[in-house]
Design a protein around this ligand. Sequence first.
Ligand SMILES: [Zn+2]
Length: 337
Amino acid sequence: MKKYLCILLVLIQAFNAFGQVKHNLPIIDMHLHAIGADDQGPPPVKVGTPFKHFGYAEANVPYGETLLNALKNGTWNKVSITSPISDNDLKEQTLMVLKERNIYGVLSGDLAKVRQWKAELPKRIINAVYWDFNILKNEKLDVDSLSKLFKSGEFKVFGEIAIQYEGISAADPAMEPYFKLAEDLNIPVGIHIGTGPPGVSAVTNSRARLGSALILEEVLIKHPKLRIYAMHAGWPMIDDMIAMLYAYPQLYVDLGVINYILPQKEFDFYLQRLVNAGFGKRVMYGSDQMVWPGAIKIGIDRIENCNYLTPEQKRDILFNNAVRFLNLSAKEIAAMQ
Ligand SMILES: [Zn+2]
């Protein structure tokens, strides 16, 4: 019997060596989007993975045009990946990556699109609500309708809350009923804190000062039971982020977008700082995949290749921390292996 077991083990190792039956450990992507292929400008568009630099405004040229051209031609990129042309290709390629790398994604975007993607790959999608005040106005996603979406169990995460792009602070009193709703219903909240496209305030109402994690302070005091994560880990305001993580043990972060657009050295500096400061148990992987399905693998590989993280710290970031934050049941965890 022992002999057969040995042969079996050798066979399993051999298959693994050739990658034929390689089993990828599960990963949770806390920051995935279901959006249109033209969301970042007319496709195809090229994102930097990473960018070489974040460009500059040109005299007498509207900055929006400069940014669109840079995305069209990849001129600011060190390495480029190109977006698919159609909504369907974007969906199919993203879902394919989820299957290939054994990923479970917290998916937000237009509700109809989230439902459509979920229907196609139900086991790997956790429905989330993308939200800002414009959506509140146009789609009537107010406290009542959100409450119904969450109570039905169909939608499980409130985020990405993208009000920074509207120049609105998380501490604005208008946000109060929404944080209260999430706290009352025990729904996890993901809020955009920090980055955006290069030159973001020249093309949106975003304000850099609203990218400080410190703006969450009053929210966390008022809602101590709220489960909340700062998307993009509040890059680049690392001191503010660490101060908040230290003071508020319920606060988590995700690494969305910074794990593929930032130059390697800057990403390593930022992630290493978070972990060195003692917050490796509250950093979660997130892709912030918008229209570039290839970005998901790049971000994961960057984390897996970090020589300053132990295998345990990598698994925490890629899976365990999100399991704890999302409060997944033993049954749900078992279904993800
Ligand atoms: Zn964001």
